[in-house]
Write a protein that binds this ligand. Sequence first.
Ligand SMILES: CC(=O)N[C@H]1[C@@H](OP(=O)(O)OP(=O)(O)OC[C@H]2O[C@@H](n3ccc(=O)[nH]c3=O)[C@H](O)[C@@H]2O)O[C@H](CO)[C@@H](O)[C@@H]1O
Ligand SMILES: C=C(OP(=O)(O)O)C(=O)O
Length: 434
Amino acid sequence: MASFVIEGGHCLHGELVPQGAKNEALQIICATLLTPEEVKIYNIPDILDVNNLIQLLRDMGVEVNHIGVNAYSFKAENVNLDYLHSEDFMKRSASLRGSVMIVGPLVARYGFAVIPKPGGDKIGRRRLDTHFIGIQKLGADFTYSSSQHIYEITAKELKGSYMLLDEASVTGTANILMAAVLAKGSTTIYNAACEPYLQQLSKMLNKMGAKISGIGSNLLTIEGVDSLKGCKHTILPDMIEVGSFIGMAAMTGSDITLKNVSYKDLGIIPDSFRRMGVCVEQIGDDIHIPRHDTYEIETFIDGSIMTFSDAPWPGLTPDLLSVFLVVATQAKGSVLIHQKMFESRLFFVDKLIDMGAQIILCDPHRAAVIGQGRARTLKSSVMVSPDIRAGIALLIAAMSAEGTSTIHNIDQIDRGYQEIDKRLNAIGARITRL
Ligand SMILES: CC(=O)N[C@H]1[C@@H](OP(=O)(O)OP(=O)(O)OC[C@H]2O[C@@H](n3ccc(=O)[nH]c3=O)[C@H](O)[C@@H]2O)O[C@H](CO)[C@@H](O)[C@@H]1O
Ligand SMILES: C=C(OP(=O)(O)O)C(=O)O
């Protein structure tokens, strides 16, 4: 189990280029299974989850070539469906969440898919009902083995249908969309998730010959086509990484510029940091965070305590609430962090409390943070990273703390952040990987 040793109290100064978006890459890579032709993908982040998915596709028989820095070509001409019955497949696909999105493409193209309960962060119940109810509505049969935790889907033919999703699931919408593009006739998905990840996936599928309209809204209409062709696609900068770096800069009193962030795709993220009192300057497509001696959380207009809560896009992504929480510990003012989607994502606050942060965990979904306005800096600590976003929040805390901290289980950071130690050390951080 690798660890980071972090010498706190060093400011960062310089530029960071955000990596390609993890959650978009996972969808886009799965979509390459929809065509026997070559698909070239650029700006793929070099992170554990994505590399594991690429390896999974290779093991399924997809021809994968590294064609440049962060660029790969995929050719799913001969997919070995027998591999789906192997123990190796079960083990590999269970190691990450994104693997669940091979189901839609496989059912659409081969009429068969099997998938074990997927991995990913252990941050609460992460049900897959939306995925399978949607694919069933397209005419597939579905069974779940509760003893082996395996989902199996078969379909003679997929037929377009109207569906109102029970929740705007990100990976669920991607899966249903990828099945619907090759179904016969017209499909309407209402209450579809519409994160930039899905907008990008839809645009890529249209480049491949699909007919999707309503992109960016929660009402997608898909006219099924017989086959899809190859294409080229470039992954957007990772908005969660951009947000993580904004929070890190504010909390460590750093002056940094984030290059080419695709500002128009960041939604409510920059304004949410502004409400936290962080100065976020947009310069063209870059973001500059000047050095902050202090930052003060706004109240609501009537003077009541601010709440940051998550919501499906275009609401605030749940993947940044851990960062907002840690940044609030050193702000002036108080805030309620309300993580509505996941019930086990806030437990890491105990580690921040050990470091001296003033936080009350009201219940598993809500934490009240009383900012210290830098009057009391955090103390160093030894911690274990429970999930990706708690991991980056703990790293931010350790970088701003007095003394040297250790974070164990940093696979849970590497899963989502490319060479984070090297990139931060290059602009002034002191992080050692053990
Ligand atoms: C690989 C990947 O892309 N992972 C992302 C994806 O996970 P994933 O697609 O697994 O997450 P879902 O969108 O399905 O749902 C996340 C959680 O929120 C709940 N929920 C969802 C929608 C809703 O309207 N109401 C509601 O309560 C679900 O029950 C679930 O517990 O989307 C999540 C929500 O943005 C992100 O945290 C994950 O980083
Ligand atoms: C929860 C996340 O990822 P996953 O869905 O892969 O666990 C995340 O990226 O914050």
